[in-house]
Design a protein around this ligand. Structure first.
Ligand code: SIN
Length: 275
């Protein structure tokens, strides 16, 4: 296997491996690369829905997404799609998947199924690099803070998606979510310190109201997005991306009006997060 960084601080492209039938040793190397770089990209993969699910099982379990449409025959596969007539896309803002769960998902495996002629890239930002770049003052300020995360404002009836043309395609409007996590976590496998708040699902710091939390939350979210801790993926047929939701944020570009894009996602189970 050959590893080529996508950008100085985020993302790696891995070649010379077939995800559908990689060995256990290759799987271990892939895991390590994803934990370290935040996201790994694989090109020219033959990866059927059955391969996708079998791969997810090898990671140690999958979380079913309660909101996205499902792929019909396979409950584990969520469909992330935008029709030519729609304006809104899924995941079109910086976020990390499932931070609103008590035990947030470790990662996601996204497979390109139908791509627009141009556009529809995905970006990632590395939250270890983001934490490292914070000032010492800011690091001291957030060291022992915890934050509350929820998805209710995004998916509920009358919520952010319901106000768009994506609303009718989503499920789970009546679900209630909520979880408290440290603002600075240690990566469960590498031990690296990571900034663990995000613009989509983090609402407030514990012991503070939303209004009281917003100035620091905004400062952290702005600081997390320097150009040098990001990478960008231009999808091609056969591309698979696997990312670590603790190490990275991601953002799906919505710049392909009038065209269809369909991706299949499996969400990999994670573990409780600690400071
Ligand atoms: C997501 O999982 O947030 C969607 C990413 C993408 O469609 O590129």
């Amino acid at each position: 296997m050959q590893l080529t960084p996508m950008a100085p601080k985020c993302g790696v492209e891995i070649s010379g491996v077939s995800l559908a039938d990689c060995t256990d040793a290759q799987m271990d190397d892939i895991r390590r690369a994803i934990y370290e770089h935040g996201v790994a990209v694989f090109r020219d993969q033959e990866f059927t829905p059955e391969n996708h699910i079998a791969f997810g099982k090898r990671w140690g379990g999958m979380d079913i997404n309660n909101y996205f449409p499902q792929q019909g025959d396979y409950d584990e596969i969520s469909v992330v799609k935008k029709e030519p007539t729609q304006n809104t896309n899924i995941g079109g803002a910086w976020h990390t998947d499932h931070s609103y769960d008590q035990i947030p998902a470790m990662g996601s495996v996204l497979v390109a199924r139908e791509l627009p002629p141009t556009g529809g890239d995905t970006m990632w930002a590395h939250m270890g690099a983001a934490y490292d770049a914070l000032s010492d003052d800011l690091k001291a300020k957030i060291e022992n803070l915890e934050a509350f995360h929820t998805a209710d404002h995004v998916y509920k009836e009358g919520g952010l998606y319901a106000q768009t043309d994506m609303g009718e395609h989503l499920r789970g409007q009546d679900l209630k979510t909520g979880a408290v996590h440290p603002v600075v976590i240690r990566h469960p496998q590498t031990g690296r310190k990571l900034l663990y708040v995000n613009t989509a699902f983090t609402i407030n710091f514990v012991g503070q109201t939303r209004d009281e939390s917003l100035p620091l939350l905004t400062e952290l979210c702005n600081a997390a997005l320097t150009e040098d801790n990001q990478c960008r993926l231009q999808w091609k047929p056969g591309t698979v991306a696997i990312w670590d939701n603790r190490t990275s944020w991601h953002n799906a570009m919505n710049d392909y009006a009038g065209h269809r894009r369909e991706m299949h996602r499996i969400t990999l189970s994670g573990e409780a997060l600690a400071a």
